[in-house]
Write a protein that binds this ligand. Structure first.
Ligand code: HEM
Length: 117
């Protein structure tokens, strides 16, 4: 079970890579107002959701304690990220505050995941 959980943590991190990478690689474009939500960002956010839910199930099946409040906060933040990226996925440019919000919320979730122990 440990290996399976670690595999899903790795997939979870690949999801972060796609979402955060899409944001970081367009920070200059964001400044110019020409950034857009790339397909990779949407797929990264979806990957976070699927692997996150799987991690909750796997940890519970393995009798490991899951911090439900922390997971609830992370899920709520991801729902906002996913909603923004999904709704604006076909827009050729996304306003700076909206694009920045997705990057900021993603970074916030990373710190919640690592600092909230
Ligand atoms: C943008 C969204 C997210 C980010 C950036 C993120 C980030 C991370 C990171 C960096 C880890 C590894 C560090 C650790 O083990 O604590 C992790 C683990 C984990 N994540 Fe996420 N996550 C996100 C969304 C979610 C969602 C939506 C769920 C559940 C519905 C979730 C559930 C988990 C679980 C169960 C673990 C295993 C370790 C633990 O119990 O904290 N994550 N996440």
């Amino acid at each position: 079970m440990d290996v399976l959980i670690n595999v899903f943590v790795a997939l979870h991190i690949i999801g972060i890579g796609a979402l955060l990478g899409g944001f970081l690689s367009q920070m200059k474009a964001m400044g110019a107002g020409t950034a857009r939500f790339s397909p990779g960002m949407l797929h990264g956010a979806l990957t976070m959701l699927v692997t996150g839910v799987a991690l909750v199930g796997l940890n519970q099946a393995d009798d490991q304690t899951v911090n439900n409040i922390k997971i609830g906060v992370k899920l709520a933040i991801l729902v906002v990220i996913l909603g923004l990226v999904y709704v604006k996925r076909d827009e050729e440019t996304v306003e700076k505050p909206l694009f920045g919000a997705v990057g900021g919320l993603t970074v916030a979730n990373i710190f919640i995941a690592t600092l909230w122990t």
